[in-house]
Design a protein around this ligand. Structure first.
Ligand SMILES: O=C(O)[C@@H](CO)OP(=O)(O)O
Length: 441
């Protein structure tokens, strides 16, 4: 599929830091009419004007003390009062046509027909271009979504991954959460993965309220790190865990226990073994430096802990039993042995590995969570951490019998639910996003 390219992205958009920030959408090519070529993000919803010197669309800067008006600039061609539709194709992406490209190989008569249909048929829906072309969710290849533009350009490709939706690099695949965030924000801002990268690189993570809070447990308690162990970059990243392990030990953590969740969904099934080996090596290095650091428990992400939308609390309970109580049917002397042995079952896969705990030489679990400990859930993505956060934080909790509710200091990598303020402590502050799409709508 060859998409018309009405504008060329030359650089990433800067992230607006406050309401006075200029928004600098992509440079337009010589001769292009800015009124016709509004770019494909929520910056459409900002009050834009074209700066002829820089050839950029600029958000108008309000003067001192002046409120930025909420009125949007009128679109050059689309009339007022039209119905706007946003259609999200989850998992739909564009990639070079080849026999392994399932969308290319599949029969897609509806989309094919929509792309061909006369513009007049869609004139009533054409206003969706203003919003329908916002990066959307779930698209793992390089682009997605059609937006009705009116003849002759009734559709175009947009990017829904990488820096186009605020992820750290263009190698980062898109996913539903970043797509929803980008749609909802109506502008490009740093998503969780990038915020964590920045906080770790600058060391600011260790100066924040969240880290200072958990640090109070380091003298006498254990630091527990719970999260998805892979380099998928959708929910978490192993390199961030590695930096956090190093940083926490340099900032006083003497005893660390990692509770791993194997992936096989955002990465290849079977890769869990390599990730566990990598982590075991890191922990061995920490032990050489005098830090008592070990993997304490584990399980496959879809069977242990990472449920979402309160679909099945038993998933969280299985994790709780392993991480907090140290009680599971499967017990092993090391996580590597656990993952290898559990994968021996022909039906086993990384996503659904059963929960296990690691035992010490005397047969006791090496790291149940107890009173006085600190806990960090190191996933940056929220949806599959909210349920565990509730179990760890809520005094009143009736979703399953926790048996023991340890008095701990708990922080999320980020705050996973802004409305519930959950968890109440977090290592990296969420972005402050002003003037979201919803506010305009
Ligand atoms: O299942 C999930 O959590 C992710 C993949 O890790 O998929 P999606 O982004 O589509 O929700």
């Amino acid at each position: 599929l060859v998409a018309p390219r009405p504008f060329q992205r030359k650089q990433a958009w800067p992230i607006p830091t406050n309401k006075n920030s200029a928004i600098s959408p992509p440079l337009l090519s010589e001769g292009q009419n800015p009124a016709k070529l509004l770019p494909c993000s929520g910056a459409l919803l900002q009050e834009l004007s074209f700066d002829h010197t820089s050839r950029r669309m600029m958000a108008r800067r309000p003067g001192a003390g002046e409120e930025r008006p909420w009125k949007l600039a009128e679109h050059a061609r689309l009339g007022k009062g039209k119905v706007v539709g946003v259609v999200v194709l989850d998992g739909w992406g564009e990639a070079p046509p080849d026999p392994f490209n399932c969308i290319h190989v599949a029969d897609t008569p509806t989309l094919d027909a929509l792309k061909k249909v006369s513009a007049s048929l869609f004139s009533h829906a054409a206003s969706s271009v203003r919003f329908g072309s916002v990066p959307t969710c779930g698209c793992r290849s390089f682009a997605c979504v059609v937006a009705w533009q009116g003849a002759p350009e009734r559709w175009r490709l947009i990017k829904a991954h990488g820096t186009a939706v605020g992820l750290p690099t263009d190698d980062d695949m898109g996913n539903s959460e970043v797509g929803h965030n980008a749609l909802g924000a109506g502008q490009i801002y740093a998503q969780g993965a990038k915020l964590v990268d920045l906080a770790l690189a600058s060391g600011k993570i260790y100066e924040g309220e969240g880290f200072k809070y958990i640090q109070q447990s380091f003298e006498t308690g254990t630091l527990h790190l719970i999260g998805l162990l892979s380099d998928g970059g959708v929910h978490s990243r192993i390199d961030q865990l590695q930096l956090l392990l190093k940083g926490a030990s340099e900032h006083g953590a003497k005893r660390i226990r990692v509770h791993i969740l194997t992936d096989g969904r955002d990465v290849l099934d079977g890769s869990s073994v390599t990730f566990v080996e990598t982590l075991e090596n890191d922990l061995a290095k920490l032990r050489e430096k005098g830090v008592d650091a070990r993997i304490a428990s584990g399980g496959g992400r879809m069977y242990v802990t990472m449920d979402r939308y309160e679909n099945d609390w038993q998933v969280v309970k299985r994790g709780w039993d392993a991480q907090v109580l140290g009680e599971t049917p499967h017990k092993f002397p090391s996580a590597l042995e656990a993952v290898k042995k559990l994968r021996d079952d022909p039906k086993a896969n990384d996503q659904y590995l059963p929960p296990f705990v690691v035992l010490d030489e005397s047969g006791k679990p090496v790291g149940p969570i107890v009173d006085g400990d600190a806990v960090v859930t190191f996933n940056f993505r929220a949806d599959r951490m909210v349920m565990l956060a509730k179990a760890l934080e809520y005094e009143d909790f009736d979703k399953f019998d926790r048996v023991r509710f340890p008095r701990i200091r708990y922080a999320g990598m980020l705050q996973y639910d802004g409305e519930l303020k959950l968890p109440s402590h977090y290592l990296v502050a969420p972005p402050e996003i002003e003037r979201t799409s919803g506010e305009y709508l």
